[in-house]
Design a protein around this ligand. Structure first.
Ligand code: SAJ
Length: 444
């Protein structure tokens, strides 16, 4: 029981803190994806009555059967909290009227125009607002531009006549879930949170302190929103830098991988990033553009973000140029060549293909007339423009039949030495072959 929040000047806040501290609060999570479901399960495992709400009947059905669709939550763990009755899930938003706290964990993608798509947040708030009641805490967790909580959510909630910081409480807390990371989990990743008012921050802090290990409070929702964008822009810009280093080293005949490994021996002031075929995933390629979009509205051009985006999005084209160069060495054109793409997922040892640069490379090679098949042990099948494709078995015969093999994602369970032994040509965009030598091996 953790009610180390003292001197609250607001009776409704005092009451909510007491309910949280004594585990009598009924907690809610809207959006049961890779962020919301682990949070809901963590809350239930701490003994709270939790209601998870999602718009997908299929998801709710699977959850009610204790069948997890999120890799980080084993079905056994899910089944335990479902069976105990502590975690209930539904598509019915009317339950919001009975909830003391609501965490919003919905997607925040980009539109085709490159502008932020906050429609999922707006939809969630439209369900919350009419059911908002005195003493309720609402926390947005979806990654978004600074100002979203106070410009998009706050007005819609205060239209009810209830006053923030007095009747209800509103905060922002960036999600930091790293799917597949066994060391850093929802429970032990430090949780940053900032409220619209100091009381909002204190109430939100109380909730997280009773569910998670470490809570870091900041002064406002805007600071909390910006924290996440700095974290992911940091990655995007540094990946862009190292991709540009790769292009530079290629032009200068220097092995960039060796350079990075040697630089990484510096025990301070350096953090290694690695070149790759481009930027995949639903965070890093997207989050920085939420920031640059908002900065532009403030009359500021976020040049690092734009430049990193340009460099990173160019990498698939560079990979295709490497493939062309390799095929030329055996007097083959891309057109008509037989190619194997090794790895479709956007990063190693996961099955997520969202924004994967492998898909861009596949499309570019096919546009040039190549016959491309793929192998990815985590992606057994793929649908491209409605056409279903299957992952080929990685056999010596398959490798020997290819004109060139392109390693785009270096899954640990793939035998890359077999590839180097059997393939006529290899374009290795991930240094999966490490120090293997051979005239048939081309690196980024
Ligand atoms: N990538 C490189 N070179 C690198 C690192 C990554 O090319 O040195 C590529 C990856 O192949 C991938 C993309 O960038 O295509 C993104 O990779 P990522 O390692 O950043 O992984 P993500 O997208 O799963 O990012 C998540 C983020 N977590 C959240 O947003 C909550 C990010 O903040 C984490 O730092 C990251 O996981 C992580 O550390 O694994």
């Amino acid at each position: 029981m953790n009610n180390s929040i003292q001197n609250l000047t607001c009776p409704a806040a005092e009451k909510l803190v007491q309910k949280i501290a004594t585990k009598k609060a009924h907690l809610g999570v809207v959006g049961l994806g890779y962020v919301g479901l682990p949070l809901a399960v963590e809350m239930a495992r701490k003994g709270y009555q939790v209601t998870g709400i999602d718009v997908s009947p299929e998801k709710i059905q699977r959850l009610q059967q204790g069948d997890s669709y999120v890799g980080d939550i084993p079905s056994a763990t899910l089944a335990e909290v479902v069976k105990s009755g502590l975690l209930r899930t539904t598509t019915d938003f009317s339950v919001l009227a009975d909830l003391d706290t609501v965490n919003i964990c919905v997607p925040t993608p980009l539109r085709k125009t490159g502008d932020p798509d906050v429609s999922y947040i707006v939809s969630a708030v439209k369900e919350i607002a009419p059911r908002l009641h005195r003493g309720q805490l609402v926390i947005l967790e979806s990654t978004t531009y600074p100002g979203t909580t106070e410009e998009l959510i706050l007005p819609r909630l205060e239209e009810t006549g209830l006053k923030v910081g007095q009747d209800f409480f509103l905060a922002f807390s960036p999600e930091r879930v790293d799917p597949g990371n066994a060391q850093w989990t929802t429970r032990n990743i430090p949780k940053v949170v900032g409220g619209v008012t100091p009381v909002c921050t204190q109430v939100a802090e109380c909730l997280y302190k009773n569910v998670l290990n470490i809570v870091v409070t900041v002064d406002s929702t805007r600071v909390a929103e910006m924290v996440k964008l700095l974290e992911n822009t940091f990655r995007s810009v540094n990946i862009g830098l190292v991709n540009e280093m790769a292009l530079m080293c290629d032009r200068m005949g220097i092995n960039v991988w060796e350079v990075i490994d040697a630089a990484a021996t510096k025990p301070f002031g350096f953090m290694p990033f690695y070149p790759g075929p481009g930027l995949g995933g639903h965070c890093i390629p997207i989050d920085p553009f939420y920031l640059s979009w908002k900065a532009k509205l403030a009359g500021f051009e976020a040049r690092f973000i734009e430049l990193a985006g340009h460099v990173n999005s160019h990498m698939p084209i560079h990979v295709v140029a490497r493939v062309t160069q390799a095929l030329n060495s055996i007097e083959k054109s891309v057109n008509g060549s037989r190619l194997l793409l090794l790895g479709i997922a956007y990063k190693a040892d996961i099955d997520d293909i969202r924004e994967s640069p492998s898909l861009d490379i596949l499309a570019l090679l096919r546009e040039q007339g190549a016959h491309v098949v793929y192998h990815d042990p985590y992606v057994p099948e793929l649908f491209i423009e409605g056409e279903r494709e299957e992952s080929c078995s990685l056999t010596p015969e398959l490798l020997e039949a290819m004109d060139c093999v392109i390693i785009t994602t270096a899954h640990k369970k793939v035998d890359h030495n077999l590839v180097a032994d059997k393939a006529r040509l290899v374009v290795d965009t991930r240094n999966a072959l490490k120090n293997r030598k051979g005239r048939h091996i081309y690196r980024l």
